[in-house]
Design a protein around this ligand. Structure first.
Ligand code: GLA
Length: 395
């Protein structure tokens, strides 16, 4: 278990749901009341999902990622429970227990947020929690970290506590990795916290450095299409990908994938393709940053295509349906490139598309997925440093 660092927490105000709640947060409040009746005034919080443009399956080995916080989110409404039992309701599923223990259900990430805060000495009472979301679940868009972060923000408001941005990322990672037990990297949490509307965030996962690059086009956007195949970031496939990437770095004697260069070819046969993915993907992220700065959509599109090929052939996290969806998208004139997004093994594909071609591209992708309504045109959104500035201090 990772040691708990001390975080700059300071008491600053008691917050309850009041003016300024988003429609999604208002829905979470209603969901809470519908499920568990009227009670104390709830505190609310919400957090955005993320889309990775380039830089998949490299965050856990110190790679580089180009990503956005997106304008789809999860909201949580929380209030102390009158009888000391923990309750949660999310997308029609209700759970209840005596302790905030992990049970493999929708309560886990919410209660893990409370446990993570408790480990830092921020006492959180037994809670009733209602969740609402327009961010699709298990779609490769970071809904699990968004649930955790939404709950953390609401809990910080309830406790009248404040944390800095890196501290919030750390709390969310403690909840997800140490308490829920998912061996994820830090990309999703950092994107949701540090996202900036109108920009792409470039994360250097070898440390805490990040840059932002302006989204250079008004007529080109990111289309997301769910495959309908639910992905599981806590599953065995993800764990094994992470293990082999770490082994590849260890065999080469490097501390992170940015140091590999062309040395992936020295790896033993069983690690060579995994090593090639982490070495080349992080280079593609650097090239993506250049393409964004130059406003070169065809170049960025090619990088999306190459990233998909690497995820399919070297990382082996694609599915036949995702492959077919990206092929269908690329055939549409006005689509610059497409790839799977997130951990893979299902989830969604994204495409970089001219606005006029959006409908055709969405139709091409849903023609494969057969998920009616399963497409979203996403824009980059502000992360929690901006949207939850009352409880998250920038750093
Ligand atoms: C999931 C994990 C991230 C990252 C991506 C793949 O979203 O939570 O840490 O590893 O998969 O890039």
């Amino acid at each position: 278990m990772a040691p708990i660092r001390s975080l700059p927490l300071s008491r600053h105000r008691l917050a309850v749901a009041a003016d300024g709640v988003t429609p999604l947060e208002a829905t979470a409040v209603q969901t809470l009341k519908d499920a568990f009746g009227v009670g104390a005034a709830p505190a609310v919080g919400s957090a955005p999902g993320r889309v990775t443009l380039v830089g998949e399956h490299v965050d856990y080995v110190g790679g580089r990622v180009a990503c956005l916080a997106v304008d789809l989110a999860v909201a949580a409404a929380i209030r102390p429970s009158a009888d000391g039992r923990w309750r949660a309701v999310s997308r029609g599923r209700r759970v209840e227990r005596q302790e905030p223990a992990m049970a493999g259900d929708v309560g886990d990430r919410l209660f893990a947020a409370a446990v993570a805060l408790g480990r830092l000495g921020v006492s959180v009472p037994a809670l009733e929690i209602g969740v609402s979301a327009d961010l699709p679940e298990s779609a490769g868009l970071g809904s699990s970290p968004a649930v955790t972060l939404a709950a953390l923000v609401a809990m910080l408001r309830l406790a009248g506590a404040r944390v800095d941005a890196d501290g919030l990322v750390f709390l969310a990672l403690t909840a997800e990795r140490d308490i829920v037990g998912v061996p994820c990297g830090d990309l999703d949490q950092r994107a949701a916290v540090h996202g900036e509307a109108g920009t792409v965030v470039l994360l250097d996962c070898a440390g805490s450095r990040r840059l932002v690059v302006a989204w250079p086009w008004s007529g080109i956007q990111v289309l997301v299409a769910t495959s309908g195949e639910s992905h599981d970031v806590g599953g065995e496939g993800y764990r094994l990908r992470r293990q082999s990437a770490e082994r590849a770095c260890a065999v080469l004697g490097v501390t992170g994938c940015q140091e590999i260069g062309d040395r992936w070819c020295e790896l033993p046969e069983e690690l060579r393709r995994r090593g090639r993915h982490i070495a080349t993907e992080t280079r593609r992220t650097n090239a993506a940053a250049q393409a964004l700065r130059a406003g070169d959509a065809p170049a960025l599109g090619r990088l999306l295509d190459e990233s998909h090929a690497s995820l399919r052939d070297d990382c082996e996290v694609s599915t036949e349906r995702l492959d077919a969806m990206v092929i269908a998208a690329r055939k549409v004139p006005g689509c610059h490139g497409a790839r799977l997004v997130g951990a893979g093994f299902g989830g969604s594909a994204i495409a970089l598309v001219e606005r006029e071609a959006m409908e055709d591209c969405a139709a091409a992708m849903t023609g494969v997925s057969r998920v009616p309504g399963g497409t979203w045109v996403v824009r980059s959104a502000d992360g929690l440093v901006v949207t939850a500035a009352d409880v998250v201090a920038p750093r």
